[in-house]
Design a protein around this ligand. Sequence first.
Ligand SMILES: Nc1nc2c(ncn2[C@@H]2O[C@H](COP(=O)(O)OP(=O)(O)OP(=O)(O)O)[C@@H](O)[C@H]2O)c(=O)[nH]1
Ligand SMILES: [Mg+2]
Length: 365
Amino acid sequence: MELGIIGLPNSGKSTLFNALTEAGISADNYPFCTIEPNIGVVNVEDNRLEKLCQEYNPEDCTPAPIKFVDIAGLVEGASKGEGLGNKFLSHIREVEAIIHVVRFFEDENVAHVSGDIDPVQDIKIIENELIEADLETLRRRQEKTEKMLKTGEDKYKEEMKIIKKIEQALESGIPVRLQKLNDNARRLANELFFLTDKPVLYVANMSEQQLTELNNIENFQSLKNKAENEEAELIELSAVFELELIDLETDEKEIFLNELGLEEPGLKKLIQAGYELLDLITFYTVAGGREVRATPIPEGTEIIKAAGKIHSSMEEGFIRAEVVNFKDWDSFDGMAGARDAGKVRIEGKDYIVEDGDICHFRFKD
Ligand SMILES: Nc1nc2c(ncn2[C@@H]2O[C@H](COP(=O)(O)OP(=O)(O)OP(=O)(O)O)[C@@H](O)[C@H]2O)c(=O)[nH]1
Ligand SMILES: [Mg+2]
């Protein structure tokens, strides 16, 4: 489950990635310094997990991991193979959701590919490339569907209509994720893995100064409107500042944050928003005094599959599970209280796991 960090060259993607993963990969001042995607794993903070770990005091308290992929800068013409075009696009295809970094900071020493800083326009450049790539995908499908039309089957006629509709919308600049699709169109879109169908959140990469004067930055207000129209999250932060914060002691951190009028690091918000963007839920497992673990799964996952996320033998030998939701565990003061209140259930393999379930699997080894 990966989030891809995309944006124009020199928008600060690798700086943000470094801050996120504390990895020491290069963030040099020249376009295309990131060529292979860099993948970093980040732990998601979780109050419920913290409470469980306080109670059970395990050797390991393991948070849900999400992966961030630092993708090289995309330029105009990428869909035609400009820059490192196709390679970037294929990296974007592999991620589940997109963090779109857009540059607000001004620095004459750091080149801006299109000259001026115009965030909404900068986003458009990239979006257009993704749209072009999707149109290409659609054309390839259309060729196939055209051949199948000869069979005379209605479903191909219907599919042709859907293709035309998506094509028209894309051509007028509407990403697939913002198109209204009926069930059949949605099915086709899922099958084709459109790049513009992936959920997006925007990161405005600003100077510290800019962060303190958001209301006066016209460009920021335009981006805010765009994000609101798309119902997309917008997070403003300074990637350089976030990177600097990492090495500071807690009290120093607070002083720095206070100076900018911030309550918490932007990264914290970003990681949380990223987790939400992936549309995952979390379940918990408690393994004696050894480990309490938070595990992310897609909504609608059967418990036998969830068990497989912990260990394949738990899926293969699955017998049943004891399940209590964190809410009940919490309000009845732990396992014993929840059990007395009849909140601990025995569930079979088809049970659909809910967010916050604490699961204890019984399985044959
Ligand atoms: N002044 C200033 N410089 C920044 C900021 N964020 C990033 N930079 C600098 O901009 C340059 C490019 O940053 P990167 O993070 O490598 O940019 P990128 O988006 O990964 O670039 P590509 O991988 O080439 O697409 C580096 O020299 C960074 O230090 C910022 O908020 N302010
Ligand atoms: Mg980079």
